[in-house]
Design a binder for this molecule. Structure first.
Ligand code: SAH
Length: 389
């Protein structure tokens, strides 16, 4: 029998209602024996099996409604990874890179797995998952037939559990530089040293959608290009693209990727806030602008400043658009809700004084699903707008 953690009846009702987390404040009594796989109860009703964390504000993450013995947990993870892969096959079979496990939304809290061609990248953000990372790497290698499995446990998500930030090869051999395709564009990424897990897989479907906005040979600006996700998709569709990023490493990759795809790309290292102002001053105008900054609101206290940042970027982008021009604007800050993002866009439209058509509200790709009733699992906004005059 696993140890038992006792929580408040209110927290148990929330668990049974589908929200997989219990905050530390709702824990009445911690585990009655050592272990990170626990049974949850309010003293009367059973809440299922959860991952226990000593340190995080989220004390419990539900893994199963039923009782699961600690020695059965790896078999459960194995089965769930298999189910997650099967679900992806139905949606994203034509792409050789996608997120195959997306945490809570795949009933695998604190576990994220990305596939780039024959390489897999794992991130763990829960102590109990972290403790089993070697076993998870073996499961992932077997189920995906991956030649290399890498850990990218160097993100901020680990800080909540006070897990050390680290990265390294977990299994396999060969280069960590991987050739893969992002929405049809050839890419080269070092999964061990580049940003995030190497690519921004959550934007792949939006890269493809951006390409479908191209008619003729419009002039486009991709202000936060990273390795050229949007820029290359646009250029391959016929747009003449200027791509900006403040990271010289990212710009080098974007240029190299442009060569791989046989397209011309004007890629330059610049701070987008400054560059947008300068381009406006020079009288430069575009038919399509993409704004996809890094998360500007990492903490709740940073939200007001972040909103000012997003507003400025959107306002400046709108000023650069020719009549009938398209703005593709994104925010990956989970704290900036869809409603607040809408307010930011609205404020920018008001200031620029142009009628703005909302063409489409998009989010992360289908391989990054969210859980209904768990707003924390929805983070990416990608809206397509058209400045009518
Ligand atoms: N659009 C990309 C992902 C962008 S991630 C895609 O779809 O794949 C955000 C990028 O913004 C990072 O590459 C980071 O280096 C860059 N960045 C951060 N601050 C910046 C700034 N002030 N100006 C320009 N680029 C910036």
């Amino acid at each position: 029998m696993p140890p038992t953690v006792t929580i408040t009846p209110g927290a148990l009702a929330r668990l049974l209602g589908g929200h997989p987390w219990v905050r530390r404040a709702d824990v009445v009594r911690g585990p009655d024996a050592a272990g990170d796989i626990v049974r949850v109860s309010d003293g009367r009703r059973d809440g299922g099996t959860a991952l226990w964390s000593e340190r995080s504000r989220i004390a419990l993450r539900l893994v199963a409604r039923e009782a699961v013995a600690p020695n059965e947990i790896e078999a459960l993870i194995d089965r769930r990874i298999g189910e997650a892969i099967d679900r992806r096959r139905a949606f994203v079979s034509s792409w050789d890179a996608c997120r195959v496990v997306h945490g809570e939304a795949d009933l695998l809290p604190g576990l994220f797995v990305d596939r780039y061609a024959d390489v897999a990248v794992i991130q763990t953000a829960a102590t109990a998952m972290d403790a089993r990372e070697e076993a998870i790497a073996a499961i992932v290698a077997r189920r995906l037939g991956a030649r290399l499995v890498v850990a990218r446990d160097d993100g901020a998500a680990r800080d909540f559990e006070e897990l050390p930030r680290r990265s390294g090869v977990l299994r396999g051999t060969g280069p960590t530089l991987v050739a893969w395709h992002d929405a049809g564009s050839a890419m080269e990424t070092d999964v061990l040293t580049d940003g995030k897990t190497g690519g921004f897989l959550d934007q792949q479907e939006n890269h493809a959608r951006a390409a479908s906005c191209v008619e003729g040979a419009p002039e486009a600006l991709d202000a936060f290009t990273y390795h050229g996700g949007f820029a290359l998709a646009l250029a391959r569709a016929g747009a003449r693209v200027t791509a900006l990023d403040e990271s010289p490493v990212a710009i080098d990759r974007a240029r190299k990727n442009a060569t791989l795809n046989g397209v011309a790309l004007t890629a330059r290292c610049a701070n987008a806030f400054d560059a947008l102002r300068e381009l406006e001053g020079e009288g430069k105008r575009f038919d399509l602008v993409v704004i996809d900054p890094p998360a500007l609101a990492k903490r709740a206290s940073a939200l007001p400043a972040a909103e000012r940042g997003y507003k400025e970027l959107n306002l400046r982008a709108l000023r650069l658009l020719r009549p009938n021009g398209v703005l593709i604007t994104c925010s990956c800050s989970g704290r900036l809700t869809r409603d607040r993002f809408a307010s930011v866009v609205e404020a920018a439209a008001r200031d620029v004084g142009r009628p703005l058509q909302l063409v489409e509200q998009r989010g992360a790709g289908r391989d990054h699903p969210s859980l209904v009733g768990v707003p924390e699992t929805e983070y990416l906004k990608c809206w397509i707008l058209r400045a009518l005059s």
